[in-house]
Design a protein around this ligand. Sequence first.
Ligand code: KG4
Ligand code: ZN
Length: 336
Amino acid sequence: MNDIIILAIESSCDETSVAVIKNGREILSNIIYSQIGIHKKFGGVVPEIASRRHIDKIDLIVEQSLEQSKLKLEDMDAIAVTYGPGLVGALLVGVSYSKALAYGLQKPLIPVNHIDGHIAANYLAFSDLKPPYIALIVSGGHTHIVDVTDYGKYIVLGRTRDDAVGEAYDKVARTLGFGYPGGPFIDEAAKLGNPNAINFPRSYLEEGSYDFSFSGIKSAVLNYLNSAKMKGIEINKNDVAASFQEAIMDVLINKIIKASLEFNHDKIIIAGGVAANSRLRERLKEEAKKHHLEVLYPPLSLCTDNAAMIGSAAYYQFKNEKFANLELNAVPNLKL
Ligand code: KG4
Ligand code: ZN
């Protein structure tokens, strides 16, 4: 069979990224331009700034990605793009650009769900990985437990009812006066703190539910900090970070292990920005071992937003001819 080469574009949030992917598994190039430096001073992503920056950068990033892959636009078999979920203005830059490219080249256009991309990051990292397996997707915008029955086929077992895990990390980090994005700062601070110092609430919801809720713990941390301040008690930020993180991990790990056992999977994959968290990796591996389950997670560079993962997911859609026409629009609330 001929090789399938896909040019993939990701612009759903604050990374402008373009990748060239061979047969869904091999990264020929993956250029990521991160705007974090720009949004940092606002303590979060400013949508209008993000869209404008994507427009400024996208041409250059496509050029650099092709250069690194040593291929030309004409060598591409298809153009893939993230069309949701994400910030509408940011998504529209990638979607419009990709439509123009696909039309100009007369190649198929592949619409990719960003969350599907996060899962597919594992296909780039593990050449033998095949469905079925169970996936925990934890990012700044999403928290899902998903039964992956085939490539691009999912049964969503649970999702967050309010904040995403990464969102809770970022908000707590902001209250503690850490930088943005807050996840990596909490991860580091927690290594120096006592995870049992403060007993923050663990929200398991109804018996048997695989849904999550993180707004309660976020408020609990805020209340703790406010009341300590009022009483003049000194706050140990490392202890707060470690105790917050431990409460989150207890819930995440409990649910993903339960789901793997209930749905008879022996493999767990984790995906999304929070999959970079060192405590999650350490504790999940430990727990999984007790139940003879295997845990896979992509390297750090493929955990956060990138176009390579979009190109991998797109390959499996290419095989099933799941293409879009030029009416493709951005869908900010796209579900898995
Ligand atoms: O997947 P991602 O790059 O963007 C979304 O699609 O949301 O995830 C970004 C999120 C941020 O909330 C960030 O704080 C979090 O991932 N994150 C982490 C770590 N590294 C990134 N959270 C906890 N620990 C980390 N080491
Ligand atoms: Zn993401």
